[in-house]
Write a protein that binds this ligand. Structure first.
Ligand SMILES: NC(=O)c1ccc[n+]([C@@H]2O[C@H](COP(=O)([O-])OP(=O)(O)OC[C@H]3O[C@@H](n4cnc5c(N)ncnc54)[C@H](OP(=O)(O)O)[C@@H]3O)[C@@H](O)[C@H]2O)c1
Length: 168
């Protein structure tokens, strides 16, 4: 089976992944409903994690058992399973040849660069029934118009809706 790059993110109904101050506290309500939103199965299927440094520094998740590439211009080097990388996304993919399915965690800055290079194979977008009004938009770029193919939708009692698309 071909390796896939999957953007798996949670957004507000109005398309934000975080508040302007970077906080994601509005997600807590939906994390405490007893639903797992398919996350454990998704995570188990991933070999590699790719994440922007802003998001990485905020949560410092260890992602044990996965190979993790953190994009950063400030931080360099490698510690355990965490490796800092930088530069052009396409060149990174050619140089490092990341293994297994790849969870592109985000944030928006990094996701946009993968989108520009048409490197995102699937999008799993979990939409929370919250209107934030302002924040960090998931999709913020120009010249990234795409037509996607719907693979699956799932609704949850909490009002959360999960959309699963692949690139055409
Ligand atoms: N709701 C969700 O599912 C979800 C998911 C992910 C993130 N988030 C939220 O999104 C916010 C962060 O998103 P963001 O768009 O501001 O930032 P981001 O994409 O997480 O990280 C941006 C940083 O990554 C590094 N970077 C990006 N491209 C690079 C490249 N080509 N080469 C080298 N370094 C590169 C730079 O780090 P340096 O400054 O180190 O150079 C840049 O400042 C946070 O609030 C987080 O909580 C939400």
């Amino acid at each position: 089976m071909k390796r896939k790059i999957i953007l798996y993110v949670a957004t507000s109904l109005d398309g934000f992944i975080a508040r302007k101050n970077k906080k994601v506290d509005w997600l807590d309500t939906y994390n405490n409903t007893g639903e797992d939103y398919g996350y454990p199965a998704f995570y188990a299927g991933m070999g590699t994690i790719i994440i922007g440094n802003t998001t990485y520094q905020q949560f410092k998740e260890p992602y044990q058992g996965k190979k993790v590439y953190v994009f950063s211009r400030k931080n360099k080097g490698k510690k355990g399973n965490i490796q800092f990388v930088s530069g052009d996304i396409k060149k990174f993919m050619e140089d490092y040849k990341p293994e297994g399915n790849i969870w592109l965690v985000g944030g928006a800055d990094l996701a946009h660069q993968f989108l520009e290079h048409n490197l995102i194979d699937e999008f799993i977008i979990t939409i929370m029934p919250t209107l934030l009004g302002e924040g960090i938009p998931l999709f913020q770029g120009k010249d990234t118009e795409k037509q996607l193919k719907l693979l699956k939708t799932k609704s949850y009692k909490s009002g959360v809706m999960q959309l699963h698309y692949r690139k055409n």
